[in-house]
Design a protein around this ligand. Sequence first.
Ligand SMILES: *[C@@H]1O[C@H](CO)[C@@H](O)[C@H](O)[C@H]1NC(C)=O
Ligand SMILES: *[C@@H]1O[C@H](CO)[C@@H](O)[C@H](O)[C@H]1NC(C)=O
Ligand SMILES: *[C@@H]1O[C@H](CO)[C@@H](O)[C@H](O)[C@H]1NC(C)=O
Ligand SMILES: *[C@@H]1O[C@H](CO)[C@@H](O)[C@H](O)[C@H]1NC(C)=O
Length: 213
Amino acid sequence: MYAAITLFVFMCLTATISADHHHPCHSPNMTGVMSVLSLKGEVKAVGAFTYDSMGKKLRFKSNESHPMNTSHGLDVLMFFEEGKFYEIDTKNKTCEKKTLHCPMHPLDIPDDAKFWSTINSGSASIEGEGLKLNVWGGSMPDKKGHYSMSVTMGCLPVSTFYFTESNSFLFTIMEVETEIKDPELLVLPSYCVGQPVEETPEGTVNSFLNEFM
Ligand SMILES: *[C@@H]1O[C@H](CO)[C@@H](O)[C@H](O)[C@H]1NC(C)=O
Ligand SMILES: *[C@@H]1O[C@H](CO)[C@@H](O)[C@H](O)[C@H]1NC(C)=O
Ligand SMILES: *[C@@H]1O[C@H](CO)[C@@H](O)[C@H](O)[C@H]1NC(C)=O
Ligand SMILES: *[C@@H]1O[C@H](CO)[C@@H](O)[C@H](O)[C@H]1NC(C)=O
């Protein structure tokens, strides 16, 4: 236990020291649309998200009436700080509470990410035809994969790739507004309160990304 705490403090220190030049930024509060594409060619989900950057909460609800149709009726409320999340069924008023094993998600650059480059998407010389992006990357916590994140100069996420052994995913963030339009979406529905934590089968990893695998 003591060793673990020491190691953690040490890791935090090294992270701060090595990151003095380019430290990953943190995205603000946001409301927007997220699409999830498996690089095997499948649209996994398209839907609205609400993100509280300070409270580290994220709601994502797939939109079944979107033209890029996906039958995947997913509705999740993630509490990254508490390490818990809920899969919500608003129609049946039921929910499942689960333990989050990995806090990584496509809206926030991990603190230990490495700065890769600044790129100009589109044109840098034609007014209104370009987007300047900072690209960050790193390895997945289990080391069996990598991620790459592009954010605007104001730290709004544009896209995140996750390359894993079994499959790869592209998260695209669109229609971003830097406010929480409906704070209710980040409040646990009453029928979820007091829900016991579901047992996780041996070998399963729960994370935001795993919801799409
Ligand atoms: C982000 O949203 C949370 C929850 O509504 C709020 O407490 C916080 O002040 C907001 N942060 C900013 C910078 O607006
Ligand atoms: C779902 O998608 C449809 C069709 O694109 C759109 O009109 C609607 O506003 C979307 N709903 C939400 C909650 O984003
Ligand atoms: C969208 O998905 C639903 C559920 O799978 C299906 O019933 C519906 O026909 C699909 N719509 C289109 C336009 O593909
Ligand atoms: C939700 O309700 C529908 C019918 O209203 C039922 O078919 C379905 O099995 C229910 N789902 C769960 C997870 O209980």
